[in-house]
Design a protein around this ligand. Sequence first.
Ligand code: ADP
Length: 272
Amino acid sequence: MLVVKVGGGRGIGYDMVCVDLAALHAMGRPCLLVHGGSHETNMLATALGHPPRFVTSASGYESRYTDRATLEIFQMAYCGKVNKGIVERLQSLGVPAVGLAGLDGRLLSGPRKATLTIVEQGKKKVLRDDHTGKITSVNTELIRILYDAGYMLAVCPPAISDDHIAVNVDGDRAAARIAEALGVDELIILSNVPGLLRNPVDESTLVDKIATENLDDYFDYAKGRMKKKLMAVKEALAGGVKRVILGDARVAQPIQRALAGRGTVIGAATDH
Ligand code: ADP
């Protein structure tokens, strides 16, 4: 099985990803899709009068502060609109797709982190009532049951916490955990950029290959959310995934292109 993550940033459409998933399915190369929905969530949250609040953690990572109202809007966007939209597209392409959130069947679970230490205008501040978590367990049995029965799974956050609360989790890290738990060799992460760029605003500055042992040297190029993506890549490689490809979701055959090495390929130096 191949694990594919597609982001939810501005500019990402799911048609080409779904057409490619259907083509791979027809070729006998089954995939599991993990998807985001951040742009849809931001638009819905703003329309509902509860605009998103992005914060920078004390360790320098950007994240969405997820109070209960935000979590509920997040679920409307991720599980309601984006996940079901992807399932609908896949069904229309003849793929028997099933869409599940991480909380369904405790597919993705782990501890909740209810307090968040942030840095705002140079000062540390503690935010409470955050609905964010970390995945420590993947229900691979449920994945296998669906896979063995021929279904293609489309998974999205939220996950379920150990104390049974829905929690926002990072989609890239969710994909990394699933890839690791399933013991797959390759993880493809598609987003609204061609891969890791030396200059984030210049798409011609793509880094095409990174040897696993040199990955830390590239964190300086990554700004904002790309930092988290590289962290997820690092975790996946440490967890046994052999090759991670950061590819472009906005092109035709995005998955097959990434498999052919278009994008940023991160893996053992001997693999490329
Ligand atoms: P997704 O929602 O698809 O998971 P993210 O929004 O989390 O994707 O991450 C992709 C974003 O990271 C890009 O849209 C880009 O703005 C930003 N970014 C920051 N630094 C870089 C970089 N060095 N190379 C590529 N993208 C970068």
